[in-house]
Design a protein around this ligand. Structure first.
Ligand code: HEC
Ligand code: HEC
Length: 280
């Protein structure tokens, strides 16, 4: 296996071109050639979202979180998720830079048992709605350490000859209209940063094994939330994905990151080391 880091900047340019509806917008080629490579590109959080249905939860009335208060409250979470939200053990999802309200919603779902996971149902049991927002605000304020994507060439099958992550990149950016797979970029953004408005989760840098477990669960029809809090989007998105596509999308997002976070020259290490968890 070989690995590659994926710069969000290339994706950004393609997305900007795709989304540029204004009559004054320049052709994609001109935009690309004018942009210095490796430029510090900060994305507007208002990246167009497809039919944004706001993700909410039973605790939506809590005040916005306080990151400072959240840091103290998140101490117990660091053992698995990393003190700064960059878990080094892939069985625990990274929470760094995750959307505040997305974190709060998932905690609420674990607390009621609507999202099933024995460890997290236990952890969320005593967390109050305000704690959920504070902890969310703390992790949202942290920076994700990017991972790397699988660069191996696929030897057989429909994607023969393509690099593994490139299969994911193609779907992430363009979807597959013929098979009813929407482009992930529309909701999760060109660099995978998600969308704070409707609280769509960030995906960039997330451990591939966690992402593929989530996509597999969504493909089997997993819908989170009940009644007015239900969100069926991902069950629809994932229903036609093949195993290979799930793996490819997962490794693609693990390697995805904005250009200004490029650390290609630095070794990939997590600063917050997580002690081995025994609770599962
Ligand atoms: C003993 C290990 C452990 C501890 C401690 C722990 N978690 Fe988790 N957490 C997990 C695991 C495992 C998952 C993945 C669950 C799944 O696959 O559904 C998870 C998932 C989550 C998710 C969902 C992430 C996503 O991207 O959807 C959130 C949010 C979360 N944890 C927050 C917390 C918070 C806040 C705390 C502290 C109060 C905490 N966790 C403590 C193990 C832990
Ligand atoms: C129309 C908007 C939309 C599109 C398109 C979309 N997603 Fe999502 N995605 C969501 C929402 C909303 C959630 C949160 C669902 C929830 O918590 O109920 C989510 C959650 C996820 C999660 C779980 C994240 C976590 O931390 O647990 C993954 C992984 C994911 N999406 C991957 C993808 C991929 C890959 C694609 C493209 C094939 C995609 N999504 C397309 C809206 C979208």
């Amino acid at each position: 296996m070989t690995f590659k880091r994926i710069l969000g900047v290339a994706t950004l340019l393609a997305a900007a071109a795709a989304f540029a509806q204004a009559p004054t917008s320049k052709p994609a080629a001109a935009t690309s050639s004018a942009a210095p490579t490796g430029a510090t590109v900060t994305l507007s959080p208002s990246t167009p979202a497809a039919s944004a249905t706001e993700l909410t939860d039973a605790h939506a009335l809590a005040k916005p979180g306080d990151a400072k208060a959240g840091q103290t409250k998140a101490a117990a979470c660091g053992a698995c998720h990393g003190l700064d939200g960059n878990s080094s053990d892939a069985q625990y999802p990274k929470l760094a830079a995750q959307q505040e309200r997305y974190i709060a919603r998932q905690l609420a779902l674990f607390k009621t048992g609507e999202r099933q996971n024995p460890i997290m149902m236990g952890m969320a049991g005593s967390v109050t709605p305000q704690d959920m927002r504070d902890i969310g605000a703390y992790f949202a304020s942290q920076k994700t350490l990017p991972g790397v994507a699988d660069d191996t060439v696929i030897k057989a099958g429909p994607n023969q000859g393509m690099k593994f992550y490139a299969v994911g990149e193609r779907l992430y950016r363009g979807g597959d209209a013929a098979r009813g797979v929407p482009a992930c970029i529309a909701c999760h953004g060109p660099t995978g940063a998600g969308n704070p408005g409707p609280a769509y989760p960030t995906l960039d840098g997330q451990h591939a094994s966690y992402v593929s477990a989530r996509l597999t669960a969504f493909r089997s029809g997993l819908v989170l939330g009940k009644g007015e809090y239900e969100n069926k989007v991902m069950a629809g998105v994932a229903k036609n994905l093949t195993d290979e596509e799930i793996q490819a999308l997962s490794t693609y997002v693990e390697g995805l990151h904005p250009a200004h976070d490029d650390v290609a020259s630095k070794p990939v290490t997590s600063t917050a080391s997580a002690p081995t968890a025994t609770a599962h």
